[in-house]
Design a protein around this ligand. Structure first.
Ligand code: DAH
Length: 339
């Protein structure tokens, strides 16, 4: 019996040593410790061993079983680690290889300027409103005190779609639309695209404007000046000065044009401000009482101020862009300077 156990142990030992896969080590386990395994058979035959030899033989068999089990487990641990290592090596990733850089997009400089202007006005309590780009003659002109056949229509050359419809020439129709369905107090800014048949270094057939409108009791030119000065100082810099020049717009009376000291040269005179030190940035004025009345607001109780400015123009001034057409070329070498 003892010899049989010794033979089994040494044969198990050599088979375990030569097993080179998890599959073959499992075969070894079945061969010796399985239900019909060689050592299991020895254990079963224990009942035939004479009583006085049982303790000794039993100890011997148990030791053999423990040692074979331990050898198998050790081999399994080794083979598992080995399999992982082989896999790791065959799938190794070269982390020193440089990756492809993904190019990040960014906002167009005009969008950056629109966002900045909206931030300034919303922080002053203005609401943002938008209106349609295909507009009726009524909202674009008539409600704003520009009747049919009025010479003021020549100030804004127009793309007509038919007698009634046109591509809006300015964002001012959003004023009229808002006043027609809102009673004062009104404080709005309206960004958006506008269209006119012009095309040169400082004009584009499509451009963007921002319109502003405030209507309430006792609104005066002082409110207009205060708000727009704050706007100019925040958008350009603290040192920016503003000046109001008398002007004419059918929808405001009196009307002004507002100049700011050139942000590029600080007022000394340069190419951007054509040597004058000043740059015109917007048109504005006290809302013509006729416009208030046209839009259902009682001009004997309320007054207001309005303004409109061109986004591309502001962008050109703010960043010193010499030709408006560069803003529409979408040349990434130009665009990536802003992000
Ligand atoms: N709509 C004018 C334009 O496009 C700009 C403008 C001037 C708007 C005076 C206003 C304003 O609201 O009061 O030239």
């Amino acid at each position: 019996m003892e010899n049989r156990i010794k033979t089994i142990t040494s044969s198990a030992q050599s088979l375990i040593a030569s097993a080179n896969s998890l599959e073959s080590i499992n075969d070894v386990r079945v061969k010796f410790l399985g239900k019909n395994g060689e050592l299991t058979a020895v254990l079963k035959s224990m009942r035939d061993v004479p009583v006085e030899q049982k303790p000794m033989i039993g100890k011997f068999v148990n030791e053999a079983r423990d040692s074979i089990t331990a050898m198998i487990e050790e081999k399994i641990t080794f083979l598992t680690a080995d399999a992982i290592n082989t896999k790791l090596q065959s799938e190794s990733i070269d982390i020193t290889l440089s990756t492809k850089k993904t190019k990040k997009g960014g906002l167009h400089p005009c969008s950056l300027v629109v966002n900045e202007i909206l931030n300034i006005f919303t922080s002053l309590g203005f609401q943002v409103k938008q209106g349609p780009e295909v507009e009726t003659d009524f909202y674009n002109f008539q409600a704003l005190n520009i009747p049919l056949d009025h010479p003021a229509r020549e100030m804004q050359d127009t793309f007509y779609i038919n007698d009634e419809l046109l591509l809006r020439t300015h964002t001012s129709p959003v004023q009229a639309r808002t006043m027609m369905n809102t009673q004062p107090p009104i404080r709005i800014v309206n960004p958006g695209k506008v269209y006119r048949p012009d095309d040169d270094a400082t004009h584009s057939p499509m451009f963007q404007q921002i319109e502003g409108l405030v209507v309430d009791k006792n609104i005066t030119m002082c409110d207009l000046k205060g708000i727009l000065e704050t706007f100019a100082k925040t958008l350009f810099n603290e040192k920016t000065k503003t000046r109001l020049r008398p002007s004419f717009f059918p929808f405001t009376e009196p009307s002004v044009e507002i100049d700011v000291t050139c942000a590029v040269c600080g007022g000394k005179g340069c190419r951007i401000c054509k040597g004058t030190g000043w740059i015109e940035i917007l048109g504005a004025g006290i809302v013509n009482p006729k416009v208030l009345d046209n839009c259902g607001i009682d001009s004997s109780i309320y007054s207001g101020f309005a303004f409109g400015c061109g986004i591309e123009r502001i962008t050109m001034i703010k960043y010193g862009v010499p030709d408006m057409r560069i803003l529409f070329d979408n040349d990434v070498r130009f665009l990536k300077q802003f992000n």
